[in-house]
Design a protein around this ligand. Structure first.
Ligand code: ADP
Length: 256
């Protein structure tokens, strides 16, 4: 069964001054355990689509279904990770990781055990009582990811989670995050404007057009060598082929 279904969705924003048509007739299905990436020109409506799947906004037309049910508001089965980690500087790493669990009123002991397990498993145990300021940018994003994982979401929505980082950090964090998400067996939708990131992390890449955006192409990504870390995938012969195919599709939508 598809975990995410976006059926004929259009979305318009209305402000006092103007009306913006962000999405037009978007259709998308994501199966359990799939890792899908959305690429498109900046301002086309990628974050809007994620916000609709997160149930934070309602579509003007069409319907979003999660786990076969129409979505009426934010779902506890969905986690969200953004470009900025929004960690609280006055709380240590562990207290940051537990924030969502506190807000939801989950059992404190159980959440703390899970948080410490995740920090340990993903190489951050020794930083549990450090403040975010003592961590590198890549470590902060890993903390933000763990904060989401503590809530045990089945679906993870990632909105440009690496774009605020320098290139080297981006590469190694990409490997790390791909490994964590695979290990956890999550269904993932990653929004990015970086083609390399999309074709090395995802099982499927969808290209969105200029605003009002619709999905214009849907490419399965398979490396003959199997499921690889993103940096290893960059060295494979298919990498350049996938890159060119996605770029050929995308470049018509990009204005320079
Ligand atoms: P992307 O993520 O692809 O960069 P967005 O989904 O953020 O694009 O935005 C799509 C369009 O919708 C843009 O033109 C943006 O200015 C507009 N938009 C986004 N959020 C709002 C809002 N809350 N109110 C009005 N317009 C918005």
């Amino acid at each position: 069964m598809a975990q995410i279904e976006v059926c004929g969705v259009s979305h318009r924003y209305f402000t006092m001054k103007e009306e913006t048509e962000a999405l037009r007739d978007v259709n998308l299905r994501v199966e359990a355990g799939e890792f899908v990436s959305l690429v498109g020109p900046s301002g086309c409506g990628k974050s809007t689509l994620l916000s609709l799947i997160a149930g934070m906004i309602q579509p003007t037309r069409g319907e979003v279904r999660l786990f076969g049910e129409p979505l009426r508001g934010p779902s506890r089965r969905v986690g969200y990770m953004l470009q900025h980690d929004s960690l609280f500087e006055w709380r240590d790493v562990l207290r940051n990781v537990l924030i969502g669990a506190e807000v939801r009123g989950l059992d404190r002991k159980r959440s703390e055990r899970r948080a410490l397990e995740l920090l340990d498993r993903y190489g951050l145990a020794e930083f549990a009582w450090h403040t975010p300021r003592q961590l590198s940018g890549g470590m902060r994003q890993r903390v933000a990811l763990i904060r989401t994982l503590v809530l045990e979401p089945e679906i993870l929505l990632l909105d440009e989670p690496f774009s605020a980082l320098d290139y080297q950090t981006r590469l190694s964090l990409g490997d790390e995050v791909a490994r964590i998400l695979r290990d956890q067996g999550k269904t993932v939708v990653l929004v990015t404007h970086d083609i390399s990131e999309a074709i090395t992390m995802a099982d499927r890449v969808m290209v969105m057009s200029r605003r009002p955006a619709t999905i214009t192409a849907d490419y399965p990504i398979r490396y003959a060598a199997g499921r690889l870390d993103p940096t290893a995938a960059r060295r494979e012969p298919e990498f350049a082929q996938y890159f060119n195919r996605v770029w050929e599709e995308l470049k018509d939508h990009v204005r320079v």
